[in-house]
Write a protein that binds this ligand. Structure first.
Ligand SMILES: C[S@@+](CC[C@H](N)C(=O)[O-])C[C@H]1O[C@@H](n2cnc3c(N)ncnc32)[C@H](O)[C@@H]1O
Length: 274
């Protein structure tokens, strides 16, 4: 497990990430004292459809003032959105030290550091007491985690009774070969895709009840088609997922789009209640 986590951390590693984001803001003549969340949203929401889908997910329950845990929070864009727009107190946990450092600095930059906190840690061993959070939130993370049982039992454990689990996931729809690299894995040995029915079975086992499930696959395909058309016309954006994935952005996103189109993979979001 330790080796796997090291490989996953190095898959995502981009040294000097925060400094690169600041450099890109300066290049666009953005005053560092006046940085808005929207100035960094292209890079700090690391999932298909970025800020738009996070906002949709947030609208699926009443979130105002809730305490939220974002499991595998990345750079913390969704955490800041929940803190800023819904007055939530948000904790993000992520395996990557560099992402956690960057998440903390970005929260200071947009003046949301009093409502967001970030810690380095593993989703299968959450350092929180039972029944701590009103909401547990996760987007595009479980594909890196082989023990789904541990992941979902931990999520259920830290969630308060009556609390909500909100997810947005890349899942396996049909059996078949998957081509790599993908945004979450350079090679197949760090990718653990599974099906929605299996996720549902674990969540039920740990006392959660399904309230909603939405197929996001076509919306994801449309998003990628528009994105590739834009890339062709204008080249890489100043603040996009290329900040995180560099030269490998296009092949990774093309592989994901290919499998969404051909039906081996699907995008699903939803809500469970404990
Ligand atoms: C594709 S990114 C998504 C980041 C964030 N959820 C978002 O949507 O912007 C996947 C994230 O999961 C994190 N991750 C992978 N395995 C993890 C684990 N076992 N525990 C905590 N975080 C993990 C990675 O470090 C990475 O930041």
């Amino acid at each position: 497990m330790e080796n796997l986590n090291k490989n996953i951390e190095s898959h995502y590693l981009k040294e000097g990430l925060y400094e690169d984001i600041v450099y890109r803001l300066k290049e666009q003549d953005i005053d560092l004292n006046e940085v808005k969340r929207s100035d960094i949203a292209g890079a700090d929401e690391f999932h298909v459809r970025g800020a738009a889908v996070s906002k949709e997910l947030a609208e699926s329950i009443h979130l105002e003032g809730e305490t939220v845990l974002d499991v595998g929070c990345g750079l913390g864009g969704p955490c800041r959105m929940l803190a800023d727009e819904y007055n939530c107190q948000v904790t993000g946990i992520d395996l990557s030290n560099e992402y956690v450092r960057t998440a903390k600095e970005l929260s200071k930059l947009v003046k949301l550091d009093s409502k967001t906190s970030f810690i380095q840690g593993d989703a299968i061993s959450l350092p929180f007491d039972d029944n701590t959070f009103d909401v547990v939130w996760t987007q595009h993370v479980q594909m890196n985690i082989p023990s789904k049982e541990k992941l979902y039992s931990e999520i259920s454990r830290v969630l308060k009774t009556g609390g909500h689990f909100l997810y947005y996931e890349i899942l396996k729809k049909e059996d078949g070969e998957v081509n790599y690299p993908m945004p979450w894995a350079s090679k197949s040995d760090m990718s653990f895709l599974f099906k929605e029915t299996d996720m549902g079975a674990y969540l039920r086992q740990f006392g959660l009840t399904k309230k909603q499930s939405n197929d996001q696959t076509q919306a994801g395909i449309d998003f990628f088609n528009a994105l590739f058309a834009k890339l062709k016309e204008f080249g890489s954006p100043k603040m996009g997922l290329n900040v995180l994935m560099g030269e490998t952005t296009k092949p990774k996103l093309m592989n994901l789009l290919g499998h969404l189109k051909s039906g081996e993979l699907e995008l699903k979001s939803g809500v469970y209640k404990k």
